[in-house]
Ligand binder design. Structure first.
Ligand code: FAD
Length: 193
């Protein structure tokens, strides 16, 4: 419609294959018959959308973490120090165990959201959506950073994909409501139990 335009494209730290721009609305006229849903319920619809978008972010975070584990395992099997592949050093093996544990728990949080979402009779799923997003977002950053550590100097190089995973993971703590906001949402449920 006249008045809608796209602003500058952001030069981002991560998720660089997805463009992010402002959308500008200047004196835009929307005909009444274009109304979606009921008048006065826009905020509620926006909040309901977030409840569904947050578990989707959690799924992205789990995908990033799984890739971080896969890349770490591949590298740790081939890199030999002190006479054995680093995956045989307990410190590295335990890092991988922690990464796997955290990723699996985040996956379970998404399944917990889905169980609540599809529950019969229907239940509110705001808390479960926030828990999945917050836990998975924090987890993906931690796991991707551990992958950089396992790859050592190569982990810090753009020659290997794990530094990209850290940059991509970081946004999972920010968009669709920051993880501070998720904690506010969860705290609200805890306080009202
Ligand atoms: C790549 C990317 C894509 C995006 N895509 C979209 C999109 O498609 N649609 C859209 O609408 N938005 C989008 N956003 C915006 C995004 O949702 C916001 O950036 C995000 O919600 C944080 O808001 P803010 O940037 O205004 O930070 P602020 O609200 O200014 O927050 C700054 C810091 O203060 C903390 N903070 C703020 N208030 C409180 C409080 N009350 N208590 C404790 N801590 C607080 C925050 O957690 C954060 O750490 C996108 C952003 C990025 C970076």
């Amino acid at each position: 419609r006249p008045g809608v335009s796209v602003g500058k494209e952001e030069d981002k730290m991560g998720i660089r294959l997805s463009n992010t721009t402002e959308v500008i609305f200047q004196d835009v006229h929307i005909p009444a018959d274009h109304l979606i849903g009921e008048e006065g319920k826009g905020f509620i619809y926006a909040m309901q959308t977030l409840d569904l978008a947050r578990p989707m972010v959690a799924s992205l975070a789990v995908g990033i973490a799984q890739r971080a584990i896969d890349e770490s395992v591949k590298y740790a099997k081939q890199r030999v120090t002190f006479g054995k592949p680093i995956i045989k050093h307990e410190v590295i093996a335990f890092k991988l165990a922690d990464m796997d544990m955290k990723t699996e728990v985040a996956r379970a949080a998404i399944i917990n959201f889905l169980n609540t979402y599809y529950a019969v009779p229907k239940r509110n799923y705001t808390r479960e959506a926030a828990i999945a997003k917050c836990f998975a977002g924090d987890m993906a950053v931690q796991v991707a950073l551990e992958a950089v550590q396992i790859l050592g100097g190569f982990g810090y190089s753009r020659e290997y994909p794990v530094e990209k995973l850290v940059r991509d993971a970081k946004i999972m703590q920010i968009y669709e409501g920051t993880n501070e906001v998720q904690r506010m949402v969860i705290a609200g449920f805890v306080a009202n139990k």
